[in-house]
Design a protein around this ligand. Structure first.
Ligand SMILES: NC(=O)c1ccc[n+]([C@@H]2O[C@H](COP(=O)([O-])OP(=O)(O)OC[C@H]3O[C@@H](n4cnc5c(N)ncnc54)[C@H](O)[C@@H]3O)[C@@H](O)[C@H]2O)c1
Length: 383
């Protein structure tokens, strides 16, 4: 057995996503399983270098997990010829600068979404990466969730017949931060710091819709800030300058339409924090993060509208649970493994900076649609 080490500079690991999903649930989980099996007796061993702004926080993290390397000097880490991959889970507003430096240093890059604050920045990164000849990937975790993998299985198996529509409902109540702490970082609610639910969630909806049902060809959205005043991590009040809810309509290649509500100002009366209902001529499905339920046309009840009588159907009971039929790994880890196989085995990988730019494009057009009260075509991107 040959063990090859891949040294990954991980920037933003003190944050929510960087720590939990990327460091602990992905990179450390790959180490716990003995590394990534590349076949032919080769095993890839990820060696994280924790990068950030606060030395004490990085040292504490490294000690907690028995890691040896951390640094507050990104330039030095990138100048080090032993660093193979740069990973970015910083706040969105810090991303373009750091990724640009990493690409210019010839590192392979893997990054959280959105890749940039605007389309020009996102395309600029994709072009730079292509010219530098490095490998690049963007987190598109939702399609690796068990619920959406089961939904994809239904699409691929022809369960739906012709797909007519998709209804997505995402969101939960994010506390204002005064009488109960907010459960998301305050920068999410300040436009000047890269916040907003459209830039956060439309990139996800772009690849979910694209990969499952077809490319988004048109968008109209109504975007708003329902909760205008919030309290930050220090209990200080601030004005929420970013949007916290978006009501979007997405036209899809092939003719289906998707309507997705995204909100941090909604209370959950659903089974999961995100759910997609897909209706097709032959059947329908409701998929969440983990579960997926179906109703075939042959099992579709015939309710008759009559408000004078109580409902005589238990509608939820008329759906069947789709079996797992597989063991599902953490979605972030699954995508990390595919990215590392792309880098080291040259396996195909299409969740790259151009794919990331499509997400940024949809967010940009969604915001413009709302601001101008117009529907926008979504042009196909190329480099
Ligand atoms: N894939 C997903 O499902 C998903 C979910 C949430 C967030 N995200 C993305 O991940 C990124 C990080 O989000 P998060 O929720 O982990 O944020 P967070 O605030 O918890 O973490 C941000 C990290 O960036 C660092 N940072 C660097 N420069 C900073 C600055 N100038 N100000 C503040 N922090 C700075 C922080 O120290 C911290 O490590 C964002 O780009 C966000 O869009 C992705």
């Amino acid at each position: 057995m040959t063990r090859r080490t891949v040294r990954i500079a991980m920037n933003g690991v003190t944050g929510r996503m960087g720590y939990r999903q990327h460091l602990v649930r992905s990179i450390l989980a790959i180490r716990e399983q003995g590394g990534l099996d590349l076949g032919g007796g080769d095993v890839l061993w990820p060696e994280p270098i924790l990068v950030g702004r606060r030395e004490h926080a990085l040292r504490e993290l490294a000690q907690r997990h028995g890691l040896e390397e951390w640094s507050t000097d990104l330039d030095a880490v990138l100048a080090d010829g032993r660093t193979d991959v740069y990973f970015d889970a910083q706040v969105t507003s810090a991303r373009v600068d750091a990724l640009t430096k990493a690409i210019d240093a010839g590192k392979h890059v893997y990054t959280e979404k959105p890749t940039a604050a605007d389309l020009a920045g996102a395309l600029g990164l994709a072009r730079r990466a292509r010219e530098a000849g490095i490998r690049h990937g963007v987190v598109q975790d939702k399609i690796f969730l068990p619920g959406l993998l089961k939904l994809k299985r239904l699409v691929d198996g022809g369960f739906f017949g012709e797909i007519l529509s998709v209804r997505g409902e995402f969101g939960y109540w994010v506390f204002e931060g005064d009488w109960q702490d907010a459960q998301r970082p305050s920068w999410n609610y300040r436009a000047q710091d890269g916040g907003g639910i459209v830039v956060d969630m439309f990139p996800h909806w772009e690849y979910v819709l694209h990969e499952l049902f077809g490319r988004v060809t048109g968008v109209s959205a109504h975007v708003t800030t329902h909760v205008p005043r919030r309290w930050d991590e220090n209990g200080k009040p601030y004005t929420a300058t970013a949007d916290d809810a978006a009501y979007g309509i997405f036209e899809l290649e092939g003719g289906a339409v998707a309507q997705i509500n995204s909100s941090w100002a909604v209370r959950v009366h659903r089974d999961e924090l995100v759910e997609f209902q897909v209706d097709g001529t032959h059947g329908s499905a409701v998929a969440g993060l983990r579960e997926c339920r179906v109703q075939h046309r042959s099992m579709t009840p015939k309710p008759v509208w009559n408000p004078d009588l109580p409902a005589d159907h238990s509608f939820r009971d008329q759906w069947q649970r789709v079996p797992d039929n597989a063991v599902f790994d953490n979605g972030f880890k699954a995508q990390w493994e595919l990215f590392l196989r792309h880098v080291y085995l040259d396996e195909p990988y299409h969740w790259d900076l151009l794919a990331g730019a499509r997400g940024v494009q949809l967010a940009e057009l969604g915001l413009r649609s709302s601001a101008e009260g117009r529907r926008f075509e979504v042009p196909e991107l190329s480099l």
